[in-house]
Ligand binder design. Structure first.
Ligand code: PLP
Length: 392
């Protein structure tokens, strides 16, 4: 079926033909409840009428010009996104990896301006930052890196959530210019750090003059119960990356910065042919406005609490469930064994989920998931997980 495509993906045996809200239908007409949102992308659900309208209108006017010219939609989106994210300025690219590439380049430029000849960025074990050479080098997963050596230099790795490890780096590594961290690790297994961790990273960055770079590609756009996950706290990062849900499925990524970090790039330092083109900006502007007007982070918090509470109740006392964790609609169920088989079992029962870090069931439902759909998800998944653990 896929001989013309490079075999980069292990695909499930299903093809979807259409969607509406949190539901999808395959090419045979079977219905599914989507608890994954295309991996945290379709936060407003499928075929969102306002996004569809904005895209159709924009496609009828202009799809692309170039960053050689002014792009009205890009400026409007820049204003809406910087306001939502609490940042000063933004650069638009097309994906998460590109947003992180821009952030890494900003950190290097910051170091170079300060006369640091071999600037280093501290990154975390079990992190995921993308598949380009620089971002896979930053990623804390050997499987992602294997075969692609030599890796890009200039990353120092420490355990996630460990402030002492970061302090040790501060004491011994004079060339550090930045820390790059996900507020909650997504691909790494929905790992929520201790409450004092991110504020502690901020304090250390302030003390050492390092940039704090937050990768909010999976946590951003209202998923965790705030517009951005760092807004659960009382600080701001220097650099913040976002992609995935920014266009609700239309490819667009962004690297935001504030203060000194926002003044680093000059013409010629960075760019992208497609980045922030009129079509992508029309989608993303609608997404930002919808999230803001409907305060969808509050929905994410409420529905997320309902799902987490439901899962805790239905899986209470089930042997093999180690922990249910997460924030808002970013939820992980840590089992005591590899559980990849659950993905196909759920699919066969009309439910889309994902397994990451081998033994963590990952849920990233659309923010518009209704209470009834949330309850359906809990009942179905609770049964699947319990059966799996009894049988396996
Ligand atoms: C935290 C994080 N950063 C970066 C990326 C890479 O994004 P993209 O696949 O759009 O390049 C991902 C993708 O899963 C991610 O979860």
């Amino acid at each position: 079926m896929t001989h013309s495509l490079m075999s980069t993906y292990n695909r499930l045996p299903v093809t979807f033909a259409r969607g509406e809200g949190a539901r999808l239908w395959d090419t045979d007409g079977n219905e599914y409840l989507d608890a994954l949102s295309g991996i945290a992308v379709c936060n407003l659900g499928h075929a969102h009428p306002t996004v569809t309208r904005a895209l159709c209108e924009q496609a009828g006017k202009l799809i692309h010009t170039s960053n050689l010219y002014g792009i009205g939609g890009q400026e409007a989106l820049g204003n809406a996104l910087t306001a939502l994210a609490g940042m000063d300025q933004v650069f638009f690219g097309n994906s998460g990896a590109e947003a992180n590439e821009a952030a890494i380049k900003l950190a290097r430029l910051y170091g170079s301006r300060r006369g640091v000849r071999t600037p280093a960025i501290v990154v975390m074990d079990n992190s995921f930052h993308g598949r380009t050479l620089a971002t896979l080098s930053a990623t804390g997963n050997r499987k992602v890196q294997a075969g692609f050596e030599p890796l890009v230099q200039g990353f120092i790795r420490v355990p996630f959530g460990d402030l002492d490890a970061l302090r040790a780096v501060a004491a011994h590594q004079p060339d550090v210019v930045a820390v790059m961290v996900e507020p909650i690790q997504g691909e790494g297994g929905i790992n929520v750090p201790p409450a004092d961790y991110l504020p502690g990273v901020r304090a250390l960055c302030d003390d050492r003059g390092w940039l704090m770079i937050l990768d909010e590609i999976q946590t951003g756009m209202a998923r965790t119960g705030r517009p951005f996950a760092y807004q659960h706290f009382d600080f701001r990062p220097d650099v913040l990356t976002v992609a995935k849900a920014l266009g609700n499925g239309v490819p667009i990524g962004a690297c935001l910065a504030r203060g000194e970090a926002a003044d680093l790039f000059a013409p010629g330092n960075h760019g992208s042919t497609f980045g922030g083109n009129p079509l992508a900006c029309a989608a993303a502007l609608t997404v930002c406005e919808t999230i803001r007007e409907q305060r969808l982070w509050e929905t994410a918090e409420a529905i997320g609490t309902r799902i987490q509470g439901g899962l805790r109740a239905i899986l209470a006392g089930v042997d093999g469930v180690i922990e249910i964790r997460g924030q808002g609609l970013m939820i992980g169920i840590q089992l005591d064994r590899p559980c990849g088989a659950l993905v196909t079992e759920a699919l066969n029962q009309g439910l889309l989920i994902n397994v990451t870090a081998e033994s963590v069931v990952r849920l990233l439902p659309p923010l518009i998931t209704s209470e009834q759909q949330a309850d359906q998800l809990v009942t179905k998944l609770g049964g699947l997980v319990s059966d799996f653990l009894v049988r396996d």
